[in-house]
Design a protein around this ligand. Structure first.
Ligand code: 2AM
Ligand code: CA
Length: 269
């Protein structure tokens, strides 16, 4: 994508993200209608749907030739990554949104012919925007985030993960996961994949590992992590397929190599 085109898109996307965030903050104490989706813990609210409808309306009006891949049904059915695609999670961390009224984010990634061009993750209640454009670096509220430290030993690393490996243990070896948890300095579970990517990019956690995420949970985060020198792969060490669900492991390169070789791959042998 041409840099000028991308810059304009970035400014536009950023404006819509901030507008959507302001609306959510204004309505945060309004009564909520909460429904469930794939399971009783997979939540969706009217706010998720209204926010996605807001983005879809703006994109369809202003960029009728762009596509939308999104969580709550306002997007397109896509079978390829050709063209310009907005990959949107209107509220990532819906359980946090419902139970805590914090620790959730708006996540918007823009991909062109399969390449991540723009990533925006907005921590709505903290009013913190993580952003990146391909080749332009990553920013937190407009301040450049430094490149990741690749010399962090695993025993001093903090790893963001959740209990989903217990539910999807065919993907990883349970004993190896236990050994990993004991090896690292600490683990954290924030409950918003987008924020966990943002924290990885910021270097306040050294990686995020989880078993099954949709494209909209990771699209923006992948661009942002990439811009600080990190990488995102599956737990098998394979590239992410943006048209399906994936197991996901994002981190700086040194932690990634070590966890992949010594725990994830080894656990499969
Ligand atoms: P969501 O809030 O947009 O649903 C929680 O650890 C993280 O995993 C959140 O980013 C959440 O996204 C995501 N997630 C993906 N699939 C999920 C599911 N079936 N149930 C709960 N969280 C899910
Ligand atoms: Ca969501």
């Amino acid at each position: 994508m041409n840099a000028d085109v991308r810059e304009k898109l970035f400014q536009q996307a950023k404006e819509w993200v901030m507008d959507a965030g302001t609306t959510i903050r204004t309505k945060i104490d309004d009564p909520l209608k909460v429904d469930t989706k794939s399971n009783p813990n997979d939540l969706v609210t009217t706010m998720d749907k209204e926010t996605e409808a807001f983005f879809a309306g703006k994109i369809r009006e202003n960029y009728p030739d762009h596509y939308i891949l999104s969580e709550e049904g306002f997007g397109d059915e896509l079978s390829s990554m050709d063209g310009t695609i907005w990959i949107i999670d209107p509220i990532d961390g819906t359980m946090n949104f419902v139970h805590q009224k914090r620790n959730f984010a708006i996540s918007v990634g823009v991909y062109h012919d399969g390449i991540g061009e723009i990533g925006l993750i907005y921590d709505v209640m903290e009013d913190v925007l993580y952003s990146a454009q391909r080749t332009k670096g990553a920013y937190k509220n407009g301040e450049k985030i430094p490149q990741l430290d690749t010399s962090v030993p695993l025993k001093e690393a903090i790893l963001s993960l959740n209990h989903f490996w217990l539910c999807e243990n065919r993907l990883v070896n349970e004993k190896e996961m236990q050994r990993l948890v004991k090896t690292v300095r600490g683990t954290r579970t924030y409950g918003s994949a987008a924020l966990e990517f943002a924290y990885t990019a910021e270097g306040i956690v050294d990686g995020y590992l989880t078993m099954s995420l949709a494209p909209w949970d990771i699209a923006a985060g992948m661009v942002i992590v990439h811009e600080v020198g990190g990488a995102t792969i599956t737990t098998d060490g394979e590239p992410i397929n943006m048209l399906t669900k994936n197991s996901v492991f994002t981190s700086n390169s040194s932690v990634q190599r070590e966890i992949l070789d010594d725990f994830l791959i080894k656990g499969k042998k």
